[in-house]
Design a protein around this ligand. Structure first.
Ligand code: C2O
Ligand code: CU
Length: 469
């Protein structure tokens, strides 16, 4: 696998959290009428430890990550969402093969929820796995400020109990010298035209370095979610003998070792890891892209009760329709623009872009010569049609391409076919100057986004849509 280039981590990391044995994730309880109550509002949150300065963030129910929503596969999820922010917003349920009307995309699937208003989300979750929710109106601003949380869909029969099921929501914040959130640089033209807003303060579940206690011989599921605007986390699960359980929520048939390294966890991507510690001691989940790896979470291993190692737990695989490549329709998607490359002839809102218009409209990227959502979709598909999207990246940056409402398989990389059933994904990394072909059955009616999940790139043009009828 080719290593992707990206900006290196700029700041020194200071301070470590004390040793706590708790899973810091707060699970949301239902109200009497079966709704989860979720309120977005401005909140004072400590990002650099409880004694450090507090930042003015936007958060769901006063915490970032927001409270975890846990439901069972096939269950109906009802969320009563209240917007107590000063700007309009909506919630997207990332990775859920959802009813279009509930997809939460402001301006495409719903009107944005205005300040003071509420909106009831009501949908069924067809697949078990690790998902997340986040704001989907000016996401580059709202997600950067803290509007996201995890959404866990449990298997019909429990595979890991709560003590062995750990969620790690990764983010990186851009802080100022005084340790508070850097608001002034939101929307920076430099970020929009380069690698997106990359931070200098990584957190896991909102803490710089949470500690987890594990027991030898017991099997743990670590659910990693990258909630950062633009940072790619590079990790090596082989360093602590972890096996892959699932990608982007979808379980693999058998847990397996990663046959390459590093694992690139791009923005919005998830990976579930299986860890069965053998010896007491300590290990860390490290980000390894730079010359000096740095930890994002620490695991302290103590002696377990059972002398014998547990059998390998296996997750049931969700049933998704397999693409039929022989009867497929192929659509090219050429990504252009960004710093150090030419954008080529580009239209935005039906008008050609030139000269000062790039800066004025803040459009620096395009798909097939169109910046942002055009009148016409990338394609219209009949329901049940297998679509292949040939994504070619003619830019100098990697991108995290996300399809709404569907999961897909990668069927080719750089022109080489992949026949051995690559995993289901909802977001795929496409390296600079690389190409990736994805295939999926367009089986979910409605209007769906396809965009780069580096949120500044999406805002600056890397955003299109398709329709399934
Ligand atoms: Cu995670 Cu368009 O979203
Ligand atoms: Cu991008």
């Amino acid at each position: 696998m080719t290593r992707l280039t990206r900006r290196s981590f700029v700041s020194t990391l200071v301070g470590t959290a004390g040793l706590a044995a708790v899973d810091p994730v707060l699970v949301l309880a239902k109200t009497a009428d079966g709704f989860f109550d979720l309120t977005a509002k401005q909140s004072a949150i400590h990002l650099v430890g409880k004694d450090g300065p507090s930042s003015t963030l936007w958060a769901y129910n006063n915490t970032s990550p927001g409270p975890q929503i846990r439901v069972r596969q096939g269950e109906r999820v009802r969320v009563r969402f209240h917007n107590n922010l000063t700007e309009a917003t909506s919630i997207h349920w990332h990775g859920i093969r959802i009813d279009n009307a509930m997809d939460g995309v402001s301006g495409l699937t719903q009107e944005p929820v205005q300040p003071g208003d509420s909106f009831d989300y009501d949908f069924v979750v067809p697949d078990a796995g690790t998902y997340w929710y986040h704001a989907h109106n000016k996401s580059w601003n709202q997600v950067a400020r803290g509007l996201y949380g995890s959404l866990i869909v449990e298997e019909p029969a429990e595979v890991f109990d709560r003590d062995h099921d750990l969620t790690l929501v990764l983010d990186d914040w851009r802080l100022q010298q005084d340790g508070t959130f850097d608001t002034a640089s939101l929307g920076s033209m430099m970020d929009w035209s380069h690698g997106g807003r990359v931070g200098n303060w990584p957190t896991t579940n909102g803490e710089r370095l949470p500690n987890f206690v594990l027991r030898t011989g017991e099997a743990y599921r670590l659910r990693l979610i990258n909630a950062a605007n633009a940072r790619i986390f590079e990790i090596d699960p082989n360093r602590f003998n972890a096996r892959i359980l699932a990608w982007d929520g979808q379980a693999v048939p058998l847990p397996h070792k990663l046959p390459y390294q590093p694992l690139l966890l791009g923005p919005a991507q998830r990976v579930d890891l299986l860890v069965i510690p053998k010896k007491p001691g300590e290990f860390a989940l490290e980000e390894i892209s730079g010359p000096k790896p740095w930890p994002t979470a620490v695991f302290r291993v103590i002696a377990g009760n059972s002398g014998t190692a547990q059998e390998t737990p296996i997750l049931p695989v969700n049933s998704l329709p397999d693409p039929d490549l022989d009867k497929s329709i192929t659509v090219p998607l050429k990504m252009t623009g960004g710093a150090m490359r030419r954008m080529g002839p580009t239209t935005y809102k039906g008008q050609p872009l030139d000269g000062e218009n790039y800066q004025r409209t803040r459009q620096f990227w395009a798909f097939n010569g169109v910046a942002n959502l055009g009148e016409d979709p990338l394609f219209r598909a009949q329901i049940g049609q297998t679509m292949q999207v040939e994504i070619s990246n003619a830019t100098a940056f990697p991108h995290a391409m996300h399809v709404h409402g569907h999961h897909f398989r990668v069927v080719a990389r750089d022109g080489n076919k992949i026949n051995d059933g690559s995993p289901w994904r909802d977001t795929v990394m496409v390296g600079a100057e690389q190409s990736v072909t994805i295939a999926f059955v367009a089986d979910n009616p409605g209007k769906w986004l396809l965009h780069c999940h580096m949120l500044e790139h999406a805002a600056a043009g890397m955003n299109t849509w398709f329709e399934v009828a």
